[in-house]
Design a protein around this ligand. Structure first.
Ligand SMILES: Nc1ncnc2c1ncn2[C@@H]1O[C@H](COP(=O)(O)OP(=O)(O)OP(=O)(O)O)[C@@H](O)[C@H]1O
Ligand SMILES: CC(C)(CO)[C@@H](O)C(=O)[O-]
Ligand code: BAL
Length: 387
């Protein structure tokens, strides 16, 4: 097997249709660092760019849109699938987090069949002059190696021991013995207040994933805007070259087409009556965002209280009509996406100050609510767009 270990699952559903069977396609699943690095090195030798989408699985259309974009832009894409214990505080939902590996594979299989072909681009990995060749068919390659080389998509699904080789306690950070990456400043606000170890966990695992995959490009969702913006800061501050900070792409939030609820793996926790209430966060952010561009001299506080009152009204309504559903406001914040500073006073004064400094005047309104035991987050961009 030429050093590459992969678990190959035939998803065609046809008996006897293995890798050579007609109509069957398999997505290579790499579980070890050795397998991943071998695959990555082959890509480098062939001069092929690698796009990377870190996930925790339980895939939905939001994840698929990230993967589709990477597949359409790069010859090779790796989706990582790892439920990272370190970003869950001991009191949080690590154990109940949805794990749906088989259906994730089915979704990816369907996606691969329907996705468009990529535009081949050349990787710019700094290092020795690797020979650049065009990707070939499996020709003289062994079946396993050829299969891996030919697939535009691979999954890296490591175990805890692969990602945390020192093992030991992974959730209680006071007792964790290894290396962590902290995100001071921007990591201490909003999500960082409600989930104090969340960004340490995310920054640590993403640093490890970037070291392991060395992706040319990485894709994250706007749904977790603070996470994505902080990861760009991490790439800049830790001088990471794979990916370079400008090659960390943030793609728009994928929403339910009818009520615009942001898709999220945790939506699976919602009971039907809770699911009916969940779009209130989007409604609150939308009402507040309308104030942003009015030009009247409103303050950040005005914007926040508009959103907060939509949530309070819904809470009032459900206390009468939907008894049994609990809605709790966690936070709403309007903030500067570069500094993560809250914008609380006059928006016009803030915009003028930014313009005078030659800086952009885009902001973000973000928030979180609890619907029953499920914590939902969402955000809208004010005056700018993600790439
Ligand atoms: N609705 C969405 N639109 C666009 N990107 C998304 C969406 N939901 C998740 N993502 C992105 O997918 C990547 C993996 O996220 P993750 O696996 O945690 O899924 P999730 O739905 O965000 O789960 P959770 O419910 O735990 O927040 C992240 O970059 C995240 O921002
Ligand atoms: C980026 C990430 C995969 C790190 O575990 C996770 O926080 C997520 O899925 O958003
Ligand atoms: N999508 C962010 C992962 C988490 O909430 O743990």
């Amino acid at each position: 097997m030429d050093g590459i270990r992969s678990d190959r699952i035939d998803l065609s559903g046809k008996e006897g249709s293995g890798i050579d069977g007609k109509g069957s396609r398999e997505i290579p699943i790499l579980r070890t660092l050795e397998a991943l690095r071998k695959w990555r090195n082959d890509a480098r030798i062939r001069g092929l760019e690698v796009g990377c989408i870190p996930t925790m699985g339980a895939l939905h259309e939001g994840h698929l849109n990230l993967i589709k974009t990477s597949l359409s832009r790069h010859p090779l894409t790796v989706m990582t699938l790892f439920v990272n214990p370190m970003q869950f505080a001991p009191s949080e939902d690590l154990l109940s987090y949805p794990r749906t590996f088989e259906s994730d594979l089915n979704l990816l299989q369907t996606l691969l069949h329907t996705s468009q072909s990529h535009t081949t681009t050349t990787d710019t990995f700094p290092g020795p002059d690797y020979p650049k060749t065009t990707p070939t068919s499996s020709q003289s390659l062994g079946a396993d190696a050829g299969d891996i080389k030919e697939s535009p998509l691979v999954i890296f699904a490591p175990t805890n021991d692969v990602m945390y080789p020192l093992r030991g306690e992974l959730q209680d950070l006071r007792r964790y013995k290894g290396v962590t990456v902290d995100m001071k400043g921007g990591g201490d606000v909003m999500e960082g207040v409600s989930r104090p170890q969340f960004f340490t966990g995310v920054a640590t695992i993403c640093t490890k994933l970037f070291n392991a995959v060395e992706p040319s490009h990485a894709y994250f969702g706007q749904k977790d805007i603070q996470q994505a913006l902080l990861l760009r800061v991490l790439l800049t501050d830790l001088l990471v070259s794979h990916p370079l900070p400008h090659n960390l792409h943030i793609l728009p939030t994928t929403r339910d087409p009818i009520d615009h609820l942001a898709l999220s793996s945790r939506n699976a926790y919602l009971t039907p009556p809770e699911r009916a209430v969940a779009p209130v966060l989007y409604q609150a952010l939308t009402a507040a965002s309308k104030l942003w561009d009015t030009g009247t001299d409103i303050s950040g506080e005005d914007i926040i209280s508009t959103a907060t009152s939509v949530i309070a009204d819904e809470r009032q309504r459900i206390s009468i009509n939907e008894q049994g559903v609990e809605l709790r406001h966690d936070y709403i914040e309007v903030f500067d996406p570069e500094t993560f500073e809250p914008i609380r006073s006059s928006v016009n004064v803030w915009k003028k100050k930014r313009r005078d400094m030659g800086q952009s005047t885009g902001a973000v309104i973000a928030g979180a609510v609890w619907v029953g035991r499920t914590r939902l987050i969402d955000n809208l961009l004010l005056g700018w767009e993600v790439d």
